[in-house]
Design a protein around this ligand. Sequence first.
Ligand SMILES: [Zn+2]
Length: 155
Amino acid sequence: MKSGRQRRAEIMSRRNAKRAANLVKNKYLKGVSVANQYGRQHGSVPVNPANLSPNNSYGIPEFVKRGFYADLPFTCKQCGTPQIWTAQQQHWWYELAKGDVWTIAVLCRPCRIKESERKALARKIHLEGLLRKRQLSNNNLSQEIIANKQLMMQL
Ligand SMILES: [Zn+2]
């Protein structure tokens, strides 16, 4: 006869094995490696160099040499708030958004949003200016055509 403790240990180990097998199966189905899952839990994510944007530099970035992304503390250049650029965010930036491998985060999220709004506004003003200029020159052109027509009618 087994003791309650022994029986419990057996049940737990069976349950753990089943859970691990399910984890492997689910991750395999989703196309995400178990290593990636492990990395997410421990603040690091493996680097897949094939997904990085190509560059002409002879150097190899630190994270590529290391083989995984790790949470990176930094200070926002705009507001000076201490921030963490997470391994997940780095993975997204370098491998999915195809960001330059030599760039790192310099702005916190609120400052980045403000900065992109500022850029969008500047672009809008610039485009409106161009449009106004074109309309003006179009007006000048049509006035010129009318003047030419009138001149020809006089001849
Ligand atoms: Zn900031």
